[in-house]
Write a protein that binds this ligand. Structure first.
Ligand SMILES: [Zn+2]
Length: 498
């Protein structure tokens, strides 16, 4: 089986905090390591989003060009990922060639194919216009309140209720350029029309996407109809010609570049695996709940509408994590950057705690005290104690593993396999399986086998520890489940306890 895993492309306007890691990022890496441990082929393909309007916001704040903003933050984002053991097979800066050209081509092709299929409509709508700067106010520069839940918004998506709306629907609109109350001017924009929204809703349910996310899509269709924005005014992005527009327009990143991201990254993943262009690969994407509409309705729905595109097989969503009870916030400096904490504690401790607190179905909290407690009591406590006990036993493996131990290992590996099935998306259960093995402890007649089992079970969540344990048992490479379910006999004598 060939898998291509696609974590959301974070906007290249700041570093990754633990909420980003615990939300959409870590689960893709855990899944990649799970598939690899089974001997399957995986490409983890990452990138950053260079065209989100928040790049322009950041540029205005710092006096940098958007290009400079992306080039500054992209490597720092990559460093935050690496610090917690998330090492994509490719991590693309979409402003670099050949990715830039391929991304622009993919976006242009999507618009062209939608037009050819009669799925593009020109809609006249009112956009906020800042008279002082003589510019349309778009994307993150549109401030106000959500038309559905009245929470503050910046842009056309609400992080609270997930709704996507038109700028003219925002309540109490302010302009992000100079905080004026903008005028409104009518302009034409392109919209995509979904030919069969019912089929998209059924597909979302069949994928096993929890209903709380499917509901966001149904609410949108009821409120806004089966149309999705394709363009808005602007010059930073992928240019799109819009008939009758008095100003240049660009592809709406969330919908057009979102779909291009899914299809292009899947293709690049297949290339990474050395597969012929038409080989079937299993694709899984992962993103936050505020991206429900662009990814579920745009990424999936439009791919279903265009026959040449293969829709993503699974989409994993998440709610957000809070930090000590309140939202992570870069502007309030209420955040912990992944590489900073990893420098103190190592990536594994962060991964294990974040996996245990996965926000796949509800908001969860990263508590500093809870993290320290988990690290000290679970990892440095129970895990280390069980490891130390096993290490004192005879670690020369007998020729056959104790059968009771091996059936227990099978049971826990199966539990992890079920938990990691995309429709279940249950990282806490993956951690629980390791804890269960730890709490069972090593049997007196099979410490070596128990230690291998620990390395195997821990490999997706705490890969650094698991890899070192595996190698200190004299085994080569990374932990790998063999077809028999029993790890291979070591080649050389064991060394120091990891
Ligand atoms: Zn809302």
């Amino acid at each position: 089986m060939n898998h291509v895993l696609l974590p959301i492309a974070p906007t290249a306007n700041g570093r990754l905090h633990l909420g980003h890691i615990g939300g959409p990022m870590l689960k893709m890496d855990v899944l990649a390591r799970h598939y690899r441990r089974l001997g399957e082929r995986v490409a983890l393909i990452g990138s950053t989003d260079p065209y989100d309007s928040h790049i322009l916001l950041r540029g205005r704040e710092t006096g940098a060009t958007p290009d400079d903003v992306v080039r500054y933050w992209h490597p720092l984002i990559e460093r935050d990922l690496h610090a917690v053991g998330i090492v994509p097979d490719r991590f693309m800066n979409l402003l670099d060639e050949p990715w830039r050209r391929r991304n622009h081509d993919a976006c242009a092709r999507i618009i062209r194919d939608l037009r050819a299929n009669g799925l593009v409509a020109v809609r006249r709508e009112r956009f906020p216009f800042c008279t002082a700067t003589a510019a349309f106010v778009t994307g993150g520069f549109v401030r106000g309140r959500c038309p559905q839940c009245a929470e503050p918004v910046s842009g056309y998506f609400c992080e609270e209720c997930g709704l996507h709306f038109r700028p003219e629907q925002v309540i109490d609109t302010r302009c992000g350029f100079d905080d004026c109350t903008p005028e409104e001017r009518e302009i034409p924009c392109l919209y995509a029309r979904l030919p069969d929204p019912g089929a998209v809703i059924r597909r979302i349910a069949d994928m096993g996407v929890p209903d709380q996310y499917g509901r966001v899509v149904r609410d949108y269709l009821r409120r806004q109809g089966p149309e999705l924005r394709l363009t808005h005014p602007g010059t930073w992005g992928v240019p799109v010609a819009v008939e009758g527009s008095p100003v240049p327009q660009v592809a709406f990143t969330y919908v057009v570049c979102g779909l291009a991201f899914l299809t292009l990254s899947a293709q690049i993943g297949a290339e990474e695996l050395g597969l012929a262009p038409d080989t079937a690969v299993h694709t899984v994407a992962s993103f936050g709940f505020d991206n429900s509409l662009p990814f579920l309705l745009g990424g999936l729905g439009l791919a279903m509408a265009l026959r040449d595109l293969r829709p993503t097989d699974h989409m994993l969503l998440n709610r957000f994590m809070t930090l000590d009870g309140s939202k992570f916030s870069t502007s309030r400096n209420h955040a912990i950057w992944a590489a900073d904490l990893a420098a103190e504690t190592g990536g594994d401790a962060i991964r294990a705690y974040l996996a245990d607190r996965s926000p796949a179905r509800s908001i969860t909290d990263f508590s500093r005290a809870g993290f320290a407690d988990h690290r000290d009591k679970v990892l440095r406590g129970r895990w280390r104690e069980a490891l130390r006990y096993a290490w004192t036993k005879d670690r020369a493996p007998g020729s056959t593993a104790p059968s009771a131990l091996m059936s227990r290992l099978d049971e826990l590996l199966s539990a992890q396999d079920r938990a990691l099935a995309p429709a279940n998306d249950d990282l806490p259960a993956v951690v629980s399986a390791v804890n269960a093995w730890v709490d069972d402890g090593a049997p007196s007649d099979g410490a070596a086998w128990w230690l291998r089992g620990l390395a195997l079970l821990a490999a997706p969540v705490t890969p650094d520890f698991a890899g070192r344990l595996w190698q200190s048992l004299g085994l080569a490479g990374e932990p790998l489940v063999h077809s028999s379910g029993i790890p291979a006999v070591p080649r050389e004598a064991p060394c120091a306890m990891p």
